[in-house]
Design a protein around this ligand. Structure first.
Ligand SMILES: NC(=O)c1ccc[n+]([C@@H]2O[C@H](COP(=O)([O-])OP(=O)(O)OC[C@H]3O[C@@H](n4cnc5c(N)ncnc54)[C@H](O)[C@@H]3O)[C@@H](O)[C@H]2O)c1
Ligand SMILES: O=C(O)c1ccc(O)c(O)c1
Ligand code: FES
Ligand SMILES: [Fe+2]
Length: 334
């Protein structure tokens, strides 16, 4: 199993998912309940009542407090218990953890680890998700696999040719070598694949309107452990203009051992008023994501049926994934 890296920021939800209904998510094995205060601030508390461990997400939101659905212990936004039934004295230890939280770029990030170490300026950015001039389609799929399998999947896009043929894959993706760069200090792995003359897959033909072959550059930046950006640049072969810029964002959030949240988004700064393109990308990318979800669910079941000491065989295409695994192992060991 890929080890969990604590003392890190993780995406727990999209901003639009957090409102006046209690939302339950589990991150690195920690059950968390999310809600928004009456004045709009997002709050993340441990999702287990201190009394008998009832899930607070099955409780009521009253004003800015959560009233446990079992016996009524009441918690404020800092997780402190402000009322218990049948007595006025509130035990000193009656509190649940409140998670450091940052809401930025339409993502809600929580800090998993020692709250004293949470540095809000260390949250990696995905500005295109909320920047003017960009339009985004997005979603989230839970997958029943080790989160390392999703990291591998995204760091090695050669699988597009085989798993996503007729969608985003073409022969050139698997054929073209990659370059890999590791910035250990910043905690970033970069993988680039620059195709100078490639078939245009339906994902780009139908969104950009290009009819012939394309220059297609894939520049990946993985901000370990959670944020993955694919800067995709497309132009017709033989012309340097226009360059169609698509930013493909994934947040890879380990939920529990063998479970991961796959947050996905596709942002573009062209044809932004064209709702047909927006609908097309939303549906088409969902299909692409489900191809990965099905493959990773299947892969995990295959791995579960094997002895743990299987020696994998790696080749050049795996350089990015292997670098990412080393970085995750380093973060987890710290
Ligand atoms: N590691 C790399 O090789 C690499 C290369 C480019 C960008 N990046 C990263 O991507 C991010 C986005 O950068 P930006 O928005 O400033 O860059 P941008 O939108 O100006 O794109 C620059 C890149 O787009 C590609 N490109 C340029 N003309 C093209 C064309 N006609 N057809 C297809 N592709 C073309 C090239 O790879 C170029 O390096 C940055 O964070 C940067 O660090 C990394
Ligand atoms: O390689 C790409 O262009 C591409 C497009 C859409 C995706 O969802 C993706 O994972 C990759
Ligand atoms: S379990 Fe929550 S009040 Fe008893
Ligand atoms: Fe994929």
């Amino acid at each position: 199993m890929t080890p969990f890296a604590r003392d890190q920021w993780y995406v727990i939800a999209y901003a639009h998912e957090v409102g006046r209904e209690l939302l339950a998510r589990t991150v690195l094995g920690e059950p968390i309940v999310l809600y928004r205060t009456e004045d709009g601030r997002a709050v993340a508390l441990a999702d287990r009542c201190v009394h008998r461990r009832y899930p607070l997400s099955e409780s009521s939101l009253v004003g800015d407090t959560v009233v446990c659905g079992y016996h009524g212990f009441t918690y404020d936004t800092k997780g402190a218990c402000v009322s218990v039934p049948g007595q006025t004295r509130i035990p000193r230890t009656a509190r649940v953890a409140a998670y450091p939280l940052v809401e930025i770029d339409e993502f809600v990030w929580v800090w998993i680890g020692d709250p004293a170490l949470a540095d809000e300026t260390a949250v990696p950015r995905a500005e295109h998700l909320a920047a003017p001039g960009w339009v985004t389609v997005k979603g989230m799929e839970p997958i029943a696999c080790d989160y390392g399998l999703l990291v591998d999947n995204l760091m090695d896009l050669s699988h597009e040719t085989y798993l996503h043929g007729g969608y985003i894959g073409t022969p050139e993706v698997a054929e073209t070598p990659i370059t890999t760069e590791v910035d250990a200090e910043a905690g970033v792995v970069r993988v680039s694949r620059h195709m100078e003359d490639a078939e245009c897959p339906p994902f780009y033909a139908r969104s950009t309107g290009i009819e012939g072959r394309i220059r297609r550059h894939q520049d990946i930046e993985y901000f370990a452990p959670c944020l993955y950006l694919l800067h995709s640049r497309i132009s017709p072969v033989g012309r340097d203009e226009p360059v169609f810029r698509t930013e493909i964002t994934y947040a890879i959030t380990p939920s529990a051992p063998g479970h991961v949240y796959d947050f996905w988004a596709v942002s573009r700064d062209f044809a932004t008023e064209d709702e047909e393109v927006t609908d097309f990308l939303a549906k088409f990318n969902h299909t692409v994501v489900m191809q990965d979800v099905d493959a990773l669910n299947l892969l995990q079941r295959a791995l579960d049926a094997e002895p743990a000491d299987y020696q994998e065989l790696s080749i050049n295409i795996d350089a990015g994934g292997l670098a990412a695994r080393r970085m995750l192992a380093g973060l987890a060991a710290r």
